[in-house]
Design a protein around this ligand. Structure first.
Ligand SMILES: *Cc1c(COP(=O)(O)O)cnc(C)c1O
Length: 229
């Protein structure tokens, strides 16, 4: 079942890349395992998927302990400062840095030479969403310039849920524009090569708008929720 689901998703990713004139190699599928247990997640590497996303640090710690080490973990949800120490050694990318305070706290963690992060942006402008407001980004330039250990590699957003995914397009276009502008503002202090955007409902539109990381849960794992935790 999982192999069939994945093949269908791969086909959709491929077609979206072709529509946009992009290379498939420029888009990474991050399998969001938050609704399934480690046994289901463990089936993915054999199918060619090695990037895994969890939204809660504690759940990431738990799953990472049960999966092979060649899996690359992405923390896609909020990171509390008191969870930095246990999380940093386990993850290859922190997607949702949403405050200067968190940036600085990550900078102070000395377990690794480099910590790769994305800045979460509330590009849909919803009141209940976390992330930097779009117009707060330019004022981050000085903070970003001072970072040595933390490497900011791009922006991340969640679009509002829309029945018609086409209506998510402006959110994704905005994130790309914000990334381009911020890159101009900060010069070569950080190379903002990533846009983490697109979920089960809207990933094809996100790819058309430049997503380099799509975070997919439901479309892969719906109905496979285990009895854990
Ligand atoms: C759960 C989650 C996803 C996956 O969403 P689906 O709609 O199930 O694909 C992606 N990104 C974040 C931040 C999430 O929390």
């Amino acid at each position: 079942m999982l192999a069939g689901r994945l093949a269908a998703v791969e086909e959709r990713i491929d077609r979206a890349c072709r529509r946009a004139g992009r290379s498939r190699a420029d888009v990474t599928l991050v399998a969001v395992t938050k609704t399934v247990n480690a046994e289901v997640a463990a089936l993915m590497p054999a199918l060619g998927v090695r990037d895994f996303g969890e939204s809660r640090p504690q759940e990431l710690w738990r799953k990472a302990a049960g999966l092979p080490v060649e899996v690359g973990w992405h923390l896609i949800g909020h990171l509390q400062r008191n969870k930095i120490e246990r999380t940093v050694p386990l993850v290859q990318l922190v997607h949702a840095v949403d405050s200067v305070r968190l940036l600085h706290a990550l900078e102070e963690d000395n377990q690794r030479d480099t910590i790769r992060v994305l800045l979460e942006v509330n590009a849909s402008g919803e009141a209940n969403k976390q992330g930097f407001a779009p117009d707060a980004l330019p004022s981050l330039a000085a903070d970003l310039a001072g970072l040595k250990r933390v490497r900011v590699e791009g922006l991340m957003t969640m679009a509002a849920y829309e029945e018609d995914a086409e209506r998510c397009r402006p959110t994704f276009t905005l994130l790309r524009t914000l990334r381009d502008r911020l890159q101009t503002t900060i010069g070569d202090a950080h190379r903002l090569r990533h846009l983490s955007m697109g979920m089960s409902n809207d990933f094809e539109i996100a790819i058309e708008e430049g997503a380099t990381l799509v975070r997919l849960g439901t479309v892969l794992f719906e109905g496979m929720e285990g009895t854990e935790p």
